[in-house]
Design a protein around this ligand. Structure first.
Ligand code: UDP
Length: 348
C-alpha cells in the first residue's frame, strides 16, 4: 500500500513510517515541521536504506491537502499530526480546536474526493476522561478534562460520522496509553519542543544532566508505592500496532474499529525511575512534590480486543523502554540538530 503518514516526522509517526516501509509499504511523510525537526528525515532515510518521500504541508490548508492527496495515489492515511500539550491547550484552546480538527477535516474531505478508503487515527486513552475504572475498555464512555482531550474525542466522533455517510470508508481509532522508548539504533526518538510534559522525557533529561532533578507528583495515591501508575508501552510495539491495524482494515466489514494500544500492566513513577537508573547506570535525583492537577492514580488498558482482533501485543518490558530511551538521549543529549539553512529544498 501507498500510505500517507501525517506527522511522520514526529515521535510516533517516524517510528511507524519505518515499520510501514519494513513491512513492504510505501510510507510517504507529510509534516509541517512546526514541532518536528527536518534533520529527522536524513536519519529515517539512513534507517530505511532509501529516500523517503516527504511533503511539507499544513493540513489545515484544505487546498494544499487536496492537491497532495489528489496527486498521491494513496491507499490509506495514518494521521498523527496534531498539537498535544495538555497545558498549552488550556491556554490556547482555539488553536487546538482549529489545528487538530481542521487537519482531520481537510484529510477526510480530500480522501473522500479522491477515493482513499482507509484512515488510521492517532487517538489517546485521554478519551476515557477522569473517572474511568481500570483496566479501561473500548466500550467505556468518552469524555475529556481539557481542550487537547476534547479534540481527540471530537475527532473520533467526526470519523464515526464520516464512516456513516460513506460506508466504503474503514476507520481505526487507536487509543494509545503512554508511549515511551526509542528505535534500537538510538538515532531517532522523542524530542519534545520546549519543556517536556511527560514523565519519560523528563527522566531522560535528568539522567543526561539537562535538568537537576525529577519532581514526583504525589506519593500518597492509593497505589502500592503511593505514586501514580500508568501503562507505558514501547514506541516500537505501538508502531507495530499501526501496521497490524492497517492490515485489519483491509479485511474487516466493520466500518469503525476502536483498539486500545497498551500493555495492560501498570508501572509506578518510582518503578520507572528505578528502571531508568538501571539503564543509565546511576541514581537519579528525585523530590516528592504535590500531586499535579488533573492527574489520576491509575490508568491502564484492557488490551484484549487488540490482541484478539489484530494479533498484536506490546511485549517489550519497562527495562527495554528505559534502555532504548537512554540510548537515544545519551547519543542525542539535545535532541535532533537543527537542519542547516536551505535544507528544506531537500524536501520533496
Ligand atoms: N509525573 C511525575 N513527574 C513529572 C511528570 C509526570 O511524577 O515530572 C507522573 C504523573 O503524575 C503520572 C506519571 O508520571 O503519574 C505519567 O505522567 P505523564 O504526564 O507522562 O502521563 P499521563 O499522566 O498523561 O498519563
Amino acid at each position: 500500500m501507498r500510505i500517507l503518514v501525517s506527522g511522520g516526522a514526529g515521535y510516533i509517526g517516524s517510528h511507524t513510517t519505518l515499520q510501514l516501509i519494513a513491512a513492504g509499504h510505501d510510507g510517504v511523510i507529510v509534516d509541517d515541521f512546526r514541532r518536528s525537526k527536518r534533520s529527522v528525515v536524513a536519519r529515517l532515510d539512513a534507517l530505511a536504506g532509501r529516500s523517503i518521500e516527504v511533503h511539507e504541508v499544513d493540513l489545515t490548508d484544505l487546498a494544499a491537502t487536496d492537491a497532495l492527496v489528489s496527486a498521491g495515489g494513496f491507499d490509506a492515511v495514518v494521521h498523527f499530526a496534531g498539537l498535544k500539550a495538555v497545558g498549552e491547550s488550556v491556554e490556547k484552546p482555539l488553536d487546538y480546536y482549529s489545528n487538530n480538527l481542521g487537519s482531520t477535516l481537510s484529510l477526510l474531505a480530500a480522501m473522500s474526493r479522491h477515493g482513499v478508503p482507509k484512515f488510521v487515527f492517532s487517538s489517546s486513552a485521554t478519551v476515557y476522561g477522569e473517572n474511568a475504572p481500570v483496566p479501561m475498555r473500548e466500550d467505556f464512555p468518552t469524555s475529556a478534562t481539557n481542550p487537547y482531550g476534547w479534540t481527540k474525542v471530537m475527532q473520533e466522533q467526526i470519523l464515526r460520522d464520516a464512516a456513516v455517510a460513506d460506508p466504503s470508508l474503514r476507520v481505526a481509532l487507536l487509543r494509545y496509553f503512554n508511549p515511551v522508548g526509542a528505535h534500537a539504533s538510538g538515532t531517532i526518538g522523542e524530542d519534545p519542543s520546549g519543556i517536556p510534559n511527560n514523565l519519560m522525557p523528563l527522566i531522560a533529561q535528568v539522567a543526561v544532566g539537562r535538568r537537576d532533578k525529577l519532581l514526583i507528583y504525589g506519593d500518597d495515591y492509593p497505589t502500592p508505592d503511593g505514586t501514580g501508575r500508568r501503562d507505558y508501552l514501547h514506541v516500537e510495539d505501538l508502531a507495530a500496532g499501526h501496521v497490524a491495524a492497517l492490515d485489519r482494515l483491509g479485511t474487516t466489514d466493520v466500518t469503525v474499529s476502536t483498539w486500545n494500544l497498551g500493555t495492560g500492566t501498570p508501572t509506578s513513577v518510582r518503578e520507572v525511575v528505578d528502571a531508568f537508573s538501571r539503564a543509565c547506570g546511576h541514581e537519579l535525583p528525585v523530590e516528592v512534590a504535590p500531586r499535579r492537577a488533573g492527574d489520576v492514580a491509575e490508568s491502564y488498558a484492557d488490551p484484549s480486543r487488540a490482541e484478539a482482533e489484530l494479533g498484536w501485543r506490546a511485549d517489550r518490558t519497562i527495562d527495554q523502554m528505559c534502555e532504548d530511551t537512554w540510548r537515544w538521549q545519551s547519543q542525542n543529549p539535545d535532541g535532533y540538530p537543527d537542519a542547516p539553512s536551505g535544507s528544506s529544498s531537500d524536501l520533496r
